[in-house]
Each structure stands twice: as C-alpha cells, then as structure tokens.
Design a protein around this ligand. Structure first.
Ligand code: NAP
Ligand code: MG
Length: 501
C-alpha cells in the first residue's frame, strides 16, 4: 500500500476497493484476463503500489466485442427510450452517492488535487444526467418529396436515427472518470453498446464505475471495460471488424495510428487530441481576473490537460504586470499529494511524464527563453514539478510549438497590431482545441473569438465546459465534436425509407 494511502484517512470503501482482485468487466461479470497477466497501479504522489489489475489481451477484446454484439441485438435493443433514460439517471445518482470513494480513487490513481476530483466526479454525474434526457428526443424527419416522378401525395419518405452499433472507446489517463463518462453517456443514450479501454496508468475509477453499472442493472454486455495496453488491447479494438465506431481521446500521434487501424472496415472515428491553446489578453481586461484565469488555464490537472491555455499572449503595456502577477500566484501554489486538501498542485502521472516535462524546461532554457518562475522538479518521492513560466518575444522555440502536457506556460508580448495580426500569432500552431480572449471591449472579444481557429473560444474565462456545449478540435486537435446534441450524432446513423402507395 502507498504511504499516502496509509497516512491519510481514506473512506473504508476506498480501502476495500483498492485491496480487491481487479478483473475485467465483460458481459456484466468480473472475469479473469485470458493471459493471467497482472499489472500494478502506483500512486504518483508516493510512487507506492496501491493495487494490481488484470490486463486484457486480444482474446479478451474478442470476448468483450462478442458480448457487446449480443447485447446490441438482445434485450438492450428492445428497451424503450424511457428505460434508457431511467438507467442513465440511476447511474448519475449512483455516481453522486459514491462521490467520496470515486474522488479518492481518482486522486490516488491520477494524482490530481481532491477538490478537483470531487468537482470532476460531480461533473461526470451531471454529464450522465444531460445525456439521460436525450433518448426520448432522438427522432428522424418526414421529407415532403415525390421521388421518381410519383404524383404528389402518393408516397411517404421518412428517416430514422439508429444507433451505429458496437462502440470502442479508448481513453487517456489525465481525467479518467470524466473521460469514461464522456464516452459512455452519449453512446448509451443513442442505444449503442460499448467497450471501454482505460489508460494503463489509471484503470481504477473505470473499474469502480463498473460496480455501479452492475448494481443498476444494465443488461449484460451493454458496458464492458477492459484495462490493457494500448498497443495490444487498444489496437485490437480499433482493428476489429465488428466494432462500428471508435471514440478516441489521447495524443495526436496515437490518434493518427487509430485512423489507420480503422481503415479495414471503414469504421466511424471521432478523435479528441492534443492542444496548445492561446490565452490573449488586451490591456483593458480585468487584470486580476486574468491572473487567476491564466493560472487555471495553464496549471489545471498540473497542465496535463488538452484544453490547457499554454500560450499566453499579453499586450506589451500590461505584459510585465500580468506575467509577474501570474508568477506570484504560481510561486505561492502548494505542491503535494492530492489527498491533502491544502495542496493546489499534485504530481505528474509518472516518472516518464516528469522526464518529458523536464526535458521541455531544459529546452526552454537552452533556446534562450527567460525563466520567470519554477523550472525545477521536487526532490524525493512523487513526480512533482513546479509551475513554470517562460517569457520569449516569439514562438519559434520548441516550448511554444509543442504540447508539453505539464505545468509549463509560455508567455509572449504583442504590440498595437490589428486583430488579424494578433489572431495570426494565436493561430500559429498545428492545434486548434481551445482558447480565450480577455477584454472589457465585447466587440474586440467577439471579433477575436471569430478569428481564432479553435473548436472552442471563451471570452473572459478559459475553457468553459458544460455537457451541453459542443467541444472538440480543429486542425490536428481532432475530428468531430463531443458534448451536447452534436456529441450524440457520431453514435447515430440515418436510415431513409420511402414507400410508394
Ligand atoms: P495516448 O498515449 O495517446 O493514449 C491514449 C489512449 O490510447 C490510452 O488508453 C492508450 O493506452 C491508448 N493507445 C496507445 N497506443 C495505442 C494504439 N496503438 N492503438 C490503440 N490505442 C492505443 O495519450 P496519453 O499519453 O494517455 O494522454 C495524453 C494525450 O491525450 C495528450 O496529447 C492530450 O492532449 C490528449 N488529450 C486530449 C483530450 C481532448 O479531449 N482533446 C483530453 C485529454 C487528453 P495505454 O494507456 O496503454 O498507453
Ligand atoms: Mg501514452
């Protein structure tokens, strides 16, 4: 057991769950992995082992897909839309009822601060509630045409929206509960069945959620969860001809590989990938709000956040004030295990991730950027890195161009250019996921929002997320949108039917 798990009081349910034998969840049952292989789960704050879990291989993926196919054609397909609403609503209530255990497991597995884990768990419950309202609102159209020269009034054409079928979801480690629910809720609302492969580094909350799914009584096989390696279980899921759609969240590089894996049966693909989002600050903005907003934008989830605002563009007249103000807040942040409610910033997910982040910090120094604050990993156990800010007059250095996925913020001043030129700087990235504009002049805010090439732009806040607001990336940040009505679309297909009287 981890030192932190021993030292900090965690709920008895959390302890009991950690000590369990964690199997695969297939066809409504806990089953042993085919290979018998088990991997360890580590607490990133202490590096101590906190659990082990069964690792799925291709044979387990095959079994999960077979169960999901049976469920898709079986009882699930005969349930009416109200029954889907009732089951999803129960799941939301169960998430609320298990908030503390889910949040504690999320902190131990992923490292994030407790308050954040509680917030994202509540958010996940509300996300399920939002989609629980959809099954009764999915419908087709009647189309007033007279096809093939049939006289008017002697035919009927209508469309139906049907679930695409078996869905494979492959998710990352940075926000495990949220990622799980983001895939599950719209898929089930649409009437699909699903196989979810959590990230190898963070399987625990996905498995805890299966307890709730089992308790609620979803028909067996509607939800299957198979922790395993991306290159084995993830690849097998993406390649399988009986999977109709893959919903992937992760790196752009793996997203490209997924697209190739999906070519065999031309399965539908949605991709939520990396980001390097701009935060653009005009001199008339509420600078106190900017400082707090820039901290949240850059260091939420220790910067391991696809929406992170990691390129801070500030008008030259207020550049020093803003950057020094952001640095003052960053320097005052308490870094330590997420279970301690006094800590603002937890550890990075792994030693590998810390090494990657530290190599970017070194690159920033080597390429001549000015280190404003931070820049060091903390000695001792846990993968902790200080919140770090660099300033530089232009973006032609590595830390401005590549997604770091750690607590590193790049800041650059801009002068009295026109909005087109400022937007060109903000858009000088292969990514286009999120972004924010800070100004009291709403016409400047709206104009900049229209010029920034991202799937989401917020004015006077960063990354406004709500289950009803479509979210997704332009350029190399992805394909398609999640959240809201648009987030349901990829799980549905349209069938047109015409009858001639
Ligand atoms: P990753 O390496 O791309 O992994 C994501 C998922 O893909 C994991 O479950 C992984 O399994 C699996 N995987 C790896 N190789 C695979 C393959 N060949 N075939 C099928 N699946 C495979 O990403 P990560 O390092 O976990 O997360 C960081 C990245 O996610 C960042 O780039 C970040 O921007 C992005 N992200 C995007 C969003 C968004 O909404 N746009 C949200 C969060 C994160 P393993 O666990 O075994 O590696
Ligand atoms: Mg990875």
């Amino acid at each position: 057991m981890s030192a932190v798990a021993e030292a900090v009081a965690i709920a008895p349910e959390t302890r009991e769950f950690l000590d369990r034998d964690h199997k695969l969840f297939i066809d409504g049952k806990w089953v042993d992995a085919h290979s018998g292989e088990k991997h360890a789960v580590y607490d990133p704050a202490t590096e101590g082992q906190i659990a082990t879990f069964d690792v799925a291989d291709e044979v387990d993926v095959e079994a999960a897909i077979a169960a999901a196919r049976r469920a898709f054609k079986g009882e699930w397909s005969t349930m009416n839309s109200y029954q889907r609403t009732i089951l999803l609503t129960r799941l939301a209530d169960e998430i609320d009822a298990n908030l503390q255990t889910l949040a504690e497991l999320e902190v131990l597995d992923n490292g994030q601060p407790m308050a954040l884990a509680q917030y994202t768990t509540t958010y996940a419950a509300n996300f399920v509630r939002y989609y629980a309202g959809w099954p009764t609102k999915i419908h087709g159209d009647t189309i007033p045409v007279s096809p093939m020269g049939v006289p008017n009034g002697e035919s009927l054409t209508y469309t139906r929206r049907e679930p695409v079928g078996v869905v494979g979801a492959i998710i990352p480690w940075n926000a495990p509960i949220a990622m799980f629910i983001l895939k599950l809720a719209p898929a089930l609302a649409a009437g699909c069945t699903i196989i979810i492969k959590p990230a190898e580094l963070t399987p625990l909350t996905a498995l805890k959620l299966c307890d709730l799914i089992q308790k609620i009584g979803f028909p067996p096989g509607v939800v299957n969860v198979i922790p395993g390696a991306g290159r084995i279980a993830g690849a097998a899921l993406a390649e399988h001809p009986d999977v109709a759609k893959i919903s992937f969240t992760g790196s752009t590089e793996v997203g490209q590989r997924i697209v190739q894996s999906c070519l065999g049966n031309l399965k539908k693909v949605t991709l939520e990938l990396g980001g390097k989002s701009p935060v653009v600050v005009f001199p008339d903005a509420d600078l106190e709000a900017v400082k707090v907003g820039a901290i949240r934008a850059a260091f939420f989830l220790q910067g391991q956040n696809c929406m992170a605002g990691t390129r801070l563009f500030v008008h030259q007249d207020v550049f020093d004030e803003v950057v020094q103000g952001v640095a003052a807040i960053a320097n005052a942040m308490k870094i330590g295990p997420g279970l301690d409610p006094n800590n603002d910033l937890g550890p990075l997910i792994s030693a590998d991730q810390r090494e990657i982040v530290m190599s970017y910090i070194q690159a920033g120094k080597d390429e001549g950027a000015e280190l404003i604050c931070g820049g060091e990993a903390l000695p001792g156990k846990g993968h902790f890195v200080q919140p770090t800010i660099f300033a530089h007059p232009h973006q032609d250095i590595k830390i401005a161009r590549e997604e770091i996925f750690g607590p590193v913020l790049f800041a650059q001043p801009f002068g009295d250019s026109d909005l087109q030129a400022i937007a060109a700087e903000a858009n000088d990235s292969i990514y286009g996921l999120s972004g924010s504009v800070w100004t009291k002049d709403i016409s400047v805010g709206l104009k900049m929002a229209s010029l920034i090439d991202s799937g989401q732009v917020s004015i006077n806040c960063h990354a406004a997320v709500d289950p009803a607001i479509p979210f997704g990336g332009n350029k190399m940040s992805g394909w398609g949108r999640e959240f809201g009505q648009e987030g349901l679309e990829p799980y549905l297909k349209t069938k047109s039917t015409t009858v001639i009287f």
